[in-house]
Design a protein around this ligand. Structure first.
Ligand code: CAA
Length: 259
């Protein structure tokens, strides 16, 4: 983990844990931080010993957004030519599941980063918001898209148009943005526990299931159902499917991972 300037990286059994660690700027997502994050996630994605990933920040802030100081002096043509924020989409290409364990502020790009993950667990004092409108800009990494899918149009419009960042953890759970809320000091351990459970399942099945759920955001219903059914059929070409069903019949735990 020493090689990263803005991250702490460790593994706990089969779970990769990435902690955003730029406390002086409340984990504002500067370019260097994002480059490191992409690298750390890609490493875990390619590591056979890892089955799922947890991404977290500090108790005060998951992340307070894109780095406003870094952004403030850039202009249109620079951002267009560098495709600014384009490299953020790499996160959502990670094939292993990522659980965001969110404490404190998840604002702007911080909220968007959490939404690029597959599951969001929140500490009871977490605050979600898209305050970009107050800065004279709009969300640029999913705040108008993933948020609308997650919480519906009315809440998304309210957050994006007013810039109020007071969607509490409880409200976020009620709206479907967050799957569970825990006391702040428990959320990382709970996320690691859930990631550990996921990591015990068949790796390819977990990845296929993630791909299939994600298609629900891309395809119409009949295409999505067909995509799902064909993947389901393909699971019958694997040793893990035979082992999983045989283990059930023999009333023993399954041993996944044979080729
Ligand atoms: N970028 C750069 N620096 C940031 C930052 C950000 N997004 N958020 C906080 N910081 C810095 C502050 O400038 C401050 O640094 P200094 O000590 O050098 O002044 C330090 O972090 C601590 O912050 P505060 O003193 O402001 O802490 P606070 O507890 O009083 O307030 C806060 C916390 C309400 C989160 C406040 O920091 C804040 O409003 N931050 C900005 C939130 C925001 O607007 N995010 C959206 C960014 S735009 C974006 O993300 C675009 C996109 O869609 C990708």
């Amino acid at each position: 983990s020493q090689k990263y300037q803005h991250l702490l990286v460790e593994s706990r059994n089969q779970v990769g844990l990435v902690t955003l660690n730029r406390p002086k700027a409340l984990n504002a997502l500067c370019s260097d931080l994002f480059t490191e994050l992409n690298e750390a996630l890609a490493k875990f994605d390619n590591d056979d010993g890892i089955g799922a990933i947890v991404l977290t920040g500090s108790e005060k802030a998951f992340a307070a957004g894109a780095d406003i100081k870094e952004m403030s002096n850039t202009n249109y043509i620079e951002n267009f030519q560098s495709n600014f924020l384009g490299h953020w989409t790499q996160i959502s290409k990670t094939r292993k599941p990522i659980i965001a364990a969110v404490n404190g502020f998840a604002l702007g790009g911080g909220c968007e980063l959490a939404m690029m993950c597959d599951i969001i667990y929140a500490g009871d004092k977490a605050k979600f918001g898209q305050p970009e409108i107050k800065l004279g800009t709009i969300p640029g990494a999913g705040g108008t898209q993933r948020l609308t899918h997650a919480v519906g149009k009315s809440k998304a419009m309210e957050m994006v148009l007013t810039g109020s960042w007071n969607l509490s953890a409880e409200e976020a759970e009620r709206a479907g943005l967050v799957s569970k809320v825990f006391p702040a000091d428990k959320v990382v351990d709970e996320a690691v526990k859930t990631a550990g459970k996921i990591a015990e399942h068949s790796r390819p099945m977990v990845q296929m299931a993630k791909e299939a759920v994600n298609q629900a955001y891309e395809l119409n219903l009949s295409s999505g159902l067909l995509f799902e059914r064909r993947l389901f059929h393909s699971t019958f070409g694997t040793a893990d499917q035979r082992e999983g069903m045989q283990a059930f019949i023999e009333k023993r735990p399954a041993k996944f991972g044979q080729k």
